[in-house]
Design a protein around this ligand. Structure first.
Ligand SMILES: [Zn+2]
Ligand SMILES: [Zn+2]
Length: 337
């Protein structure tokens, strides 16, 4: 792996290339003008590492190849073309999502988030939605039988899992089965993404409002924020499983949060120095690590993109909390066009 180290000096920023790739030094040259204080303006410019494509475990139908690409700043570069199967390589099944009845416990149901908090989507939670949201129009269950209204066919899920929810699915717990979208591979919806092989810092931050924010090593896309306003205004709950993932007809199975505590989805090992472990790459090629370190602490020096730099890892991100409907705050690096 090639390591690019930048030393910040008062008058200039000097970049050294250490190591090589198959004996050939990649001509990476980044020159940065110093500010008056001699500090680079963007932490991402301090140092960075090449993407390590071997960290991806994409299952039998996923793949990573190196291709030419054009970055968001118009520069030509090389990218990893990452094709995912749409099914996490470290699991055999998805869900559970919606609780079947108002007495279903956390063990047999998934999650929902609100205002930064990840909740167990239990039958009791469904029963109390009117109180939770302070709106008596919430009623996701049959008051006689206790059965929860669930979109349990492909037609129902597709009518409900879209921005303009079909009115007949107001007051439904929405879930789509991955089996509706299984291709010949028997998995999910295949998608292809381009990730720069070497992150390139950008001068102004990039928005993470749309599309995919990154790809987890297990081959699941980290999606932009779920449109919770549209979901809630239709009196629907777009149920997640315990890994804060769910299925829609467009992206297949995708994540809206990182739930990597002990025994969760999947537990990510801490690094040898106790730092939170990486679980994926953002679309700009910087690694995304868990929110907390082994002492349960969040890093204190994160920038608005939720990134920071250290000597061991270069610039990298730390995910937001599992209920925040967010992974990173913005892109600090150029993405592929
Ligand atoms: Zn979603
Ligand atoms: Zn860190």
């Amino acid at each position: 792996m090639k390591k690019v180290i930048t030393y910040s000096l008062p008058a200039l920023t000097l970049i050294l290339l250490v190591g090589c790739n198959d004996g050939v030094l990649t001509p990476t040259l980044e020159t940065e003008l110093s500010t008056d204080t001699g500090e680079v303006s963007n932490a991402a410019e301090s140092n960075s590492y090449e993407v390590d494509s071997t960290k991806f475990d994409l299952g039998t139908s996923g793949s990573v190849t190196e291709v030419a690409c054009t970055l968001s700043n118009g520069a030509t570069s090389t990218c990893y073309q990452v094709t995912i199967s749409g099914f996490p390589s470290d699991r055999t099944e998805l869900g559970p999502f919606c609780p079947q009845t108002t007495s279903t416990t956390a063990e047999n149901s998934g999650k929902w988030f609100d205002d930064g908090v990840l909740y167990d989507l239990t039958g009791e939670f469904i029963r109390n939605l009117d109180l939770f949201y302070g709106d008596s129009s919430w009623s996701l269950y049959n008051k006689d039988t206790g059965e929860v209204n669930i979109t349990d066919t492909q037609t129902a899920c597709e009518a409900a899992a879209r921005p303009d929810v079909d009115a007949q699915y107001n007051n439904y717990c929405v879930q789509c089965e991955i089996s509706y979208y299984s291709g010949s591979s028997g998995e999910g919806i295949s998608s292809t993404y381009l990730i720069p092989t070497q992150p390139v810092p950008r001068s102004s931050i990039g928005s993470v409002d749309r599309g995919s924010v990154g790809v987890a090593f297990n081959g699941v896309t980290l999606d932009a924020a779920a449109p919770t306003e549209a979901i809630l205004s239709a009196y629907t709950i777009a149920a997640f499983d315990d890994c804060v993932g769910h299925v829609n007809p467009f992206a297949g199975y995708h994540y809206h949060g990182a739930n990597h505590g002990e025994g969760t989805c999947p537990a990510v090992a801490f690094e040898v120095d106790g730092h939170g472990g990486a679980f994926g790459y953002a679309m700009d090629g910087y690694a995304i690590h868990t929110m907390l370190n082994e002492n349960g602490e969040e890093e204190s020096d994160l920038d608005t993109c939720r990134g920071h730099t250290d000597d061991t890892r270069g610039y990298h991100y730390h995910s937001a909390g599992p209920g925040e409907n967010l992974f990173i705050g913005c892109f600090a690096g150029e993405t592929a066009q």
